[in-house]
Design a protein around this ligand. Sequence first.
Ligand SMILES: [Zn+2]
Length: 260
Amino acid sequence: MDYLKYTSSLDKNMIKTQCAYCGSYVLSYSEEAFCHFCEGHVSKTESNNDQTYQSILSIRNLISTKHTSEAISAADSLSIKQTSPRVLFGLANIYRTLSNHIYFDTNYNLDGFMYKNSDNIYLSLDLISKSKEMFYKHIKLSVETDPISTFTLFISNLKLERMIYAKKLLEKLVNMPGLISNYAIMAYSAENKLKQADISALKMIDSSTNSLYYLSKCLINMNKREEAEKILERLTTTIDMPDAFYLLLKLRRLKDETKI
Ligand SMILES: [Zn+2]
């Protein structure tokens, strides 16, 4: 199957919205969308202008402009005694991306003991443990009031790889209206390497740009790395999706290693 043809969905006209969890700009085909950065549910009717949201926005901007140390300090300040589930979910994803950023900043061509690399690896591990702490707090303090809060809890459990809990939440989500159910099925199937996970991703091709990221994951599981790489290259030139970008870097590193 020619999977690359599905990237043509990126040529469609897209709407620009902003995520209420992390402040990222989201490009979507309709007013209902999923954030490229945190996967939070995004709709035009949700808006936030409070002080904490402004803080999240400034951290997101620091990440975009590669001011990593400043972004870590600002995230550390905002996370102290933080009890808002929405902010905790945003922070968990911010720490996750910062951890990946630091990890992929390691340079294996350095001579000697690679002291800079070991510093980066320790910092990356520290940041991923902060991310997990924020996801756990989000789960602890969230109350399921509507499909969106159930969906956000599902994403937190999925990113913590707590698949038993994610599956229980998925069972609640499958009958919910809108795109939420199909998105949850796609993400769960790809992360658990289920049979026909690629079919679930293809179902979402015209509804969410993030489906191309999940399709790439499925192709990697199917040993179609070259096709996955091409899709990720095309996706990351159009959409600012850190998870897709780091998956592409990982694929390229694996390719370099096998050449040696
Ligand atoms: Zn977001």
